[in-house]
Write a protein that binds this ligand. Sequence first.
Ligand code: SAM
Length: 338
Amino acid sequence: MTDTPPDPSPVLDLLIAFRRSKTMFAAVALGVFDALAGGPKSAAALAGELHAHPDALARLLDACVGLGLLRHDPAGYANTPVADTYLTAASPRRMTGYIAFTNDILWKLWADLEGGIRDGTPGWKRSFGWDGPIFANIFRTEAQRREFTMGMHGFGLISSPEVVAAFDLSRFRRLVDLGGATGHLAVAACRRYPDLRAVVFDLPQVVPLAAELVAATEVADRVEVTAGDFFADELPDADLYALGRILHDWADDKALTLLRKMYARLPVGGAVLVAEKLIADDRAGPPWAQMQDVNMLLVTEGRERTLAGYADLLKQAGFAEVEGRRTTAPVDAVLAVK
Ligand SMILES: C[S@@+](CC[C@H](N)C(=O)[O-])C[C@H]1O[C@@H](n2cnc3c(N)ncnc32)[C@H](O)[C@@H]1O
């Protein structure tokens, strides 16, 4: 009797998963999707425009067809709707900034994941020779800051409508989104709750982009954008604070400092809404959260946590009730009430 070996599909898939990612990153970096934003083109025309080797580019374009990012018909290669929406620089939903950050920075940090696991520290020094606070490393130029933040915005437009709908927040009147970046959560919340006013609070360098994007929404008259440092400065008054993908950047001691600061400022009945992808209670999934947790190890001093992990921090800070809701979006929601 011969043993039937297990299905090798998981190993085969993971063996080449990075090739799929890198194909998309390279096509974005080379400008393929922007060049096709106006309509279909032949491989030869694109090769001339993008200063690429014609045959090599045609092979990359075919790979993008296979990945569902391009179509190829008699008129030439053309963007699919998903590429037009998320992979072109002119799209308000673009994720190209985060893709560029992933290609230029995360790719190199992940290349020495083994070093991070051995040392248990972020990879900036090992992979780039850089010291200093994480956000200084992420935002080394103004253009990088803007594009990274637009990348967060792309994620936020997908996630925030689900996060603000995860709980009934209609009793709150003043939301302050700490590290609120482009204001996508504040805008989503004001859209859903007509009696809510919101403040987007972020570092001074982020404020101009936030103000520009908020001003272009129909709830602009209810959303204010304020510059500040949530560790160093007094927090604006709120009956609801939001922390979207903030706690996962920080070790427990700093997360607790921030939570205690919010707790002290909230009225009784006030709350904090945490938007993070939750690791399952048994830590067995979901892979999105686990991959993000490993990413946090390489990039920050933080981590992804289980609902129990957030509840523990929130209760240490004084919050009485903590409830979590999983969403289908890249982040879940936790509400803690004072
Ligand atoms: C990972 S991004 C999350 C942005 C946004 N909340 C979201 O979910 O898309 C972290 C944000 O925190 C901001 N930030 C970092 N340190 C900060 C500080 N000390 N005070 C205020 N904002 C800070 C960054 O500028 C950035 O916009």
